[in-house]
Design a protein around this ligand. Structure first.
Ligand code: ADP
Ligand code: MG
Length: 245
């Protein structure tokens, strides 16, 4: 049985695509057959994050139009043998939750993890899609607007009966150290009201890679944090990689 994980946040630019890429990569490196489905229509970026911008033959648009079967439209990622991606179309295409779940149903026997990058914005289509996931990863940065949006998202998921949620706090600055960092993280967890599964440092290597259009840096601190979260997803106990004392 594959596990469907939806990665969401209220605000754009919080790092959804980065988290999908980081978790997908580390899960694959840990030996799990993993697929990332990118739902950010018109804002494709996973191909660049995995250094395969010119190697994408088909995308989700080809599946939605019936031109290709889902398995024919996925691209294998050269950086990680167990990882495949189904890229977003470069143009805006309408999609509904049922179509996405038909795709997941038809390919879930080939993958242990299916990670869904829900893309930007809070709209009913995101809620419908996320509703059927086994686990919702709610993403926030320490930014107050982002925290409030994450809390609103999460409340709505709870109201709809989606209790399986975990919080990832991304872009945590190491300038806030020691007790101040713990207080800071505690406050975010309390405000969002979701159990924490991991903290990702604000990693300059990550920002530079995106800025230059390079693949995600696999030797970065952020990737170490993703590796720890991936192990927690698989049931292991792993301490936070961002030191809090
Ligand atoms: N942990 C991090 N450290 C540094 N930069 C990050 C981190 N996470 C994301 N970013 C940067 O933030 C920007 C937005 O990230 P992205 O994953 O595209 O967000 P979203 O998909 O939510 O819109 C990118 O430039 C990315 O490199
Ligand atoms: Mg994105």
């Amino acid at each position: 049985m594959s596990k469907i994980i939806a990665v969401t946040s209220g605000k754009g630019g919080t790092g959804k695509s980065t988290v999908c890429a980081g978790l997908g990569y580390t899960l694959a490196k840990q030996g799990h057959r993993t697929l990332i489905i990118e739902l950010d229509f018109g804002l494709r970026c996973l191909d660049i994050m995995f250094g395969m911008e010119n190697d994408i033959k088909y995308d989700l648009g080809d599946v939605l139009s019936g031109k290709k079967e889902p398995l024919e439209a996925v691209s294998q990622v050269p950086m990680a043998a167990n990882l495949s991606i189904l890229c977003a179309p470069k143009t805006l295409t309408s999609v509904n939750a049922e179509q996405i779940y038909d795709i997941c149903r038809s390919i879930k026997k080939y993958f242990e993890y299916i990670i869904i990058d829900t893309g930007a914005g809070i709209n009913s289509h995101v809620f419908d899609i996320v509703e059927q996931a086994n686990l919702i990863l709610v993403l926030s940065t320490p930014d107050q607007v982002c925290i409030r949006d994450a809390a609103l998202m999460s409340d709505e998921f709870y109201n709809r009966g989606n209790k399986s949620q975990r919080l990832i706090i991304n872009k945590v600055s190491k300038k806030v150290i020691g007790n101040a960092l713990v207080a800071n993280l505690d406050e975010i967890i309390d405000k969002v009201g979701v159990q924490l599964i991991g903290v990702i440092p604000d990693d300059f290597k990550m920002t530079v890679a995106t800025g230059k259009g390079n693949p995600i840096p696999t030797d970065s601190e952020a990737l170490r944090a993703f590796d720890a979260i991936s192990k927690r997803l698989d049931g292991d106990f792993v301490p936070l990689t961002v030191k809090t004392s």
